[in-house]
Write a protein that binds this ligand. Structure first.
Ligand code: 5GP
Length: 204
């Protein structure tokens, strides 16, 4: 793969605020960052658009793409298939655009050792209670889906330490400032200790 742009991998438990952070960081990047649009077999939520939020496809279509090796990585997340399209990512990187992948930890594990020039970032919430509150407040999912997402959260958090950076999303503006430094500053001095302590509490 040609690598003029960087591949920036974002993962987080559902409800940690990853999507809002990604949206904001792209907004302030002045066209230097783009979000990779994944394919998924999950149904669109209200307000989601095909080709913008995801390529919403059937299981049959997904399996065909899988067989044709069209995915950089793919995974079953919360009972649905999701995959990053190689063609989409390659094209942007060749244009020198940094590409953000919003993927789960299984996807990260598949690509971490295969692609050079990646930066991986794991977003953590301040507490489990806060995570539950955010999932409930956003009102996107049914109670049983929220329960499943919270169960998965613990498993995902166990993988956080294998990412280059762990970022706390307690205060949105602080998190954005830290992310900007990681992505845009050459000499950012990352101090992981506080966030590692919070991670430890989340895992206890
Ligand atoms: P949602 O259904 O809420 O949009 O996404 C659920 C989870 O699937 C999120 O953690 C998101 O990061 C992950 N996800 C979205 N697209 C992909 C993808 O292409 N590959 C992988 N591995 N995970 C994805």
């Amino acid at each position: 793969m040609s690598n003029s742009g960087k591949l920036i991998i974002f993962a987080a438990p559902s409800g940690a605020g990853k999507s809002s952070l990604i949206k904001k960081i792209i907004e302030i990047s002045e066209n230097k960052l783009e979000l990779s649009v994944s394919a998924t077999t999950r149904l669109p939520r209200e307000g989601e658009t095909h080709g913008k939020d995801y390529f919403f496809i059937t299981d049959k279509e997904f399996n065909e793409l899988k067989n044709n090796k069209a995915f950089l990585e793919y995974a079953n997340v919360h009972g649905h298939q999701y995959g990053t399209l190689k063609s989409f990512v390659d094209e942007k990187l060749e244009e020198g655009i940094h590409v953000i992948l919003d993927i789960d930890v299984q996807g990260f594990t598949q690509i971490r050792n295969t692609i050079e020039n990646t930066v991986s970032i794991f977003i953590i919430p301040p507490s489990f209670d806060e995570l539950k509150k955010r999932l409930t407040l956003r009102g996107l999912d049914l109670d049983e889906v929220i329960k499943k997402r919270l169960e998965n959260a613990k498993e995902e958090l166990k993988e956080a330490e294998s990412f280059d950076y762990i970022i706390l999303n307690d205060n949105f503006d602080n998190a954005i400032e830290e992310l900007s430094s990681i992505i845009f500053s050459e000499n950012y001095e990352y101090n992981s200790q506080d966030n590692l302590n919070i991670l430890k509490d989340l895992l206890d």
